[in-house]
Design a binder for this molecule. Sequence first.
Ligand SMILES: Nc1ncnc2c1ncn2[C@@H]1O[C@H](COP(=O)(O)OP(=O)(O)OP(=O)(O)O)[C@@H](O)[C@H]1O
Ligand SMILES: [Mg+2]
Length: 476
Amino acid sequence: MSLGKILIVDDDANLLELIKMRLESADYEVTAAREEDNAVVELKAGNFDLCIVDLMLANRDGITLMEEFRAVNPEVPTIILTAHGSIQNAVEAMRRGAYSYLTKPFEPGDLLLQIERALENRKLNSEIKRLKGLLHEQFDFANIIARSAKMRSVLDVVMRIARLDSTVHIHGESGTGKELIAKAIHLASDRKDKPFIALNCAALPETLLESELFGHEKGAFTGAVKSTRGLFTQAHGGTLFLDEIGDMPLSTQSKLLRVLQERQFYPVGSEIPIEVDVRVIAATNKDLEELVKKGTFRDDLFYRIHVIPIYLPPLRDHKEDIVPLVEHFLKKCSQQMKKDVKGITPEALRKLMLHDWPGNVRELENTIEYSVAMTQKEFVTEEYILQGKISFSDGAQTGVNDKQTASDDALRPLKDARDAFERDYLVQVLSMTDGNVSQAAKLAGKYRADFYDLLKKHDLKADDFKKTKSAASASS
Ligand SMILES: Nc1ncnc2c1ncn2[C@@H]1O[C@H](COP(=O)(O)OP(=O)(O)OP(=O)(O)O)[C@@H](O)[C@H]1O
Ligand SMILES: [Mg+2]
């Protein structure tokens, strides 16, 4: 795995070879070109991240070549190498778009530093571009933390399916962000100016649930003193979010099925059908397929709902997001509570990393809120971390979590346990070093190459731990 692809152009063959060797040993992938025309061909063919160009080439000056490069790919930064005493030219090169320059002879460390900065800068630019693109789509991702590959691919699906009218089924454990994602889908769709209406299907008894959803005529049942419009009518043109759909009684399920098939329904006690244009997003923290097998959920409704499935992973499976989530919640809570909490100590972070998070992001949010409320200092210490988690650890949360905890407590094969520990450990050191592999490897007492092998084994990318990756911190 290389840190980036670099093209170097110089007509001094020895220097070229020397720089190539140095950069390769620093984990870059390097193409060296002596003849300028060849270099432009190379640049077009390869997907380079950076160019290094000598100012004084045999046939023409490096600035012209740099400009040709920029015409091919304006995103790729160029570092100019100049001979001693030609600062004037170097300044001219910067004016015409070079990222920076180095005067020969230079220290290898200086070159590496410039390269690192140029690449970091490039990443930042493309991140800004990406965020601007999102703004262009009129959608605000800033409140959704997604640094991990898992969460980024969730957002990727969200962006792609937002504009469709197909039913979405969001499933995942309690507190994983199902409602947040449902709202995000609505806001990224053309329905965003119409209502987003949420209903928790587990909260109401059967008859009330039906009249909530479909409305009722006056006198349809005892207590129906006047007719009401149901949520389907209120959500017309917009999105209806049906939370905990697994708890919907069977009779309501068949009514819902009819709306999804025919786009119309009858209010309770009425014989006049009402037509609606509503996108349905359903969510559940239960295993719907299991409920279908047990016979408490209709299979035809399952297939109607499970058109676009979105799975939200439990927090313990994307611990890469803990650090940006903590930063996000710290900022939010200290603003709300008018406190000046600046961060969190490494020990406290360590505790967060080791925790298993049965309550997922909500549990993390509560933990941070509690510790911000309690702390008298500028930094949250481990003292208050996971003090207020009683409601999660006693299994009072949901049936699903009970099951989860039980199976987690069961003995796993040694290899699985060791792999899980190893992954958590890597996530922890990378989080503590903001994705700096050299530092992380040092902390872990590993050689860089071996450390990279470990990252590969666990499908982790050091880049995912760099601060610029998080939407929230890049936009603030
Ligand atoms: N990726 C995220 N970035 C920022 N905040 C998040 C993220 N995921 C969840 N949250 C926050 O965590 C809390 C819980 O999220 P949400 O209510 O959407 O979860 P849920 O899956 O609907 O939970 P439940 O199953 O208990 O209803 C909310 O305050 C939400 O804003
Ligand atoms: Mg919810």
